[in-house]
Design a protein around this ligand. Structure first.
Ligand SMILES: [Fe+2]
Length: 393
């Protein structure tokens, strides 16, 4: 059903394909930038991906600064440190080379350096940022977060140990570079976890309250590609075409998410990540079927129709209409089983070593998370607690 009013926005320029990175100098020129600050992490440096950026700058007169130590779970401390380096090096733009933590860190640094501020938490929440930020080019090295497509960043508050969300159309990157060379070295476990994050973006954006026909089209396409390629790429990690397909799907899912927003799976995942350090993709994998089940009554038709992009027309048409919603959940569970068999991706909170003694804190944080407001079915503290118990084993 078409809503009576909706908005859709995605201004990201996409450069996609083999050697797409070589166009970075050209894009910087268009953005009137000459001194980029490249932000990445130790893992990316270790596997040698930074050399592609260096060779892209080759003979140009671009002198970039580099920070290669963003931790997996970045915080306000890291953001402050990087903003200081940006100022000291007189940089004029940002390039984020990495996964979600690196990209979100670059976005947060961009807020501070543009506003000449020292306190990132002054900008927490939606639409606090009112003016355009410095140029930001994003080169994702995972196929999951979709942060290259979104106006959202999540940063940990190091004092309170909770994840804080920032959202603004000004946080959407100027350019996203999807170069298959950047994800070829992503380990199978990470490929699985980030792939399930992308799938969760597509699925939640299909049925959450701000969905619209355009964001749903992006989500449909993302689900189709992810379902076809995720298991295959874990079995054949060096398949460049498969890697490229996953990167494209993660971007598509990110666009869907950015416009439709996420729901309770993300709210619970953010809370579990903040309290117990469970990686985001692992949490998404655990909570996804529970989120579907919880929303089954409110959006059963949409959940049933997800079986089409997930399983293809042959399987979809073989299932009686009334059974489609549960068949979708079963399909997700069977995908999880396969991923668990291949790379031991946890399916339960117990497997992810989350103690049930933390459930009350997680439930409280989850219902305070911004994503909970967009879930079709209302979720209160007791509901969140119940889902946590269901997801335990
Ligand atoms: Fe996510």
């Amino acid at each position: 059903m078409i809503p009576s009013y909706f908005e859709f926005y995605n201004p990201v320029k996409i450069l996609a394909g083999t050697n797409a990175l070589e166009n970075i100098p050209y894009e910087l020129m268009h953005l009137q930038a000459k001194k980029p600050f490249v932000i990445t992490d130790k893992g990316i440096q270790r596997v040698g991906l930074i050399k592609h950026i260096k060779s892209a700058f080759g003979e140009t007169d671009i002198a970039f600064s580099l920070f290669d130590n963003v931790p997996q779970d970045s915080s306000d401390i890291v953001v402050n440190e990087l903003a200081e380096i940006y100022r000291e090096t007189k940089s004029d733009s940002l390039i984020a080379l990495g996964g979600g933590s690196v990209i979100d860190t670059a976005k947060a640094v961009n807020i501070l350096v543009t506003h000449n501020s020292e306190t990132i938490f002054d900008f927490v929440g939606g639409d606090i940022i009112k003016t355009p930020l410095k140029p930001l080019i994003v080169v994702p090295t995972t196929s999951g977060t979709g942060s290259e497509a979104t106006g959202v960043a999540v940063i940990r508050d190091s004092n309170r140990n909770i994840k804080m969300g920032f959202s603004s159309q000004h946080l959407i990157p100027d350019v996203a570079i999807l170069d298959p060379r950047m994800t070829l070295t992503l380990p199978p476990f990470m490929t699985a976890a980030t792939g399930m994050d992308a799938l969760t973006h597509a699925i939640e954006s299909s049925y959450c309250l701000q969905k619209n026909p355009i964001s749903s089209a992006f989500a449909f396409s993302a689900i189709q590609i992810l379902s076809k390629h995720l298991l295959q790429i874990i079995k054949k990690p060096k398949d460049s075409k498969g890697r490229f397909a996953l990167s494209t799907a993660a971007f598509l899912a990110g666009v869907g998410l950015s416009n439709s927003l996420a729901g309770m799976v993300h709210a619970l995942g953010h809370a579990t990540g903040g309290v117990c350090g469970v990686p985001h993709g692992v949490a998404m994998n655990i909570f996804l079927p529970h989120g579907l089940k919880y929303n089954l009554e409110k959006v059963s038709d949409i959940i049933g129709n997800l079986l089409l992009p997930l399983a293809g027309p042959k399987h979809y048409s073989s299932i009686p209409k009334a059974d489609l919603p549960t068949a979708t959940i079963e399909f997700i569970k069977s995908l999880q089983e396969s991923l668990n068999n291949l790379v031991s991706l946890p399916q339960t909170l117990k497997e992810a070593k989350v103690s049930s003694s933390k459930f009350e804190t997680i439930a409280q944080d989850a219902i305070n998370d911004g994503a909970i407001a967009f879930n079709p079915e209302e979720v209160d503290y007791e509901d969140a607690l119940e889902v946590l118990h269901q997801a335990y084993d």
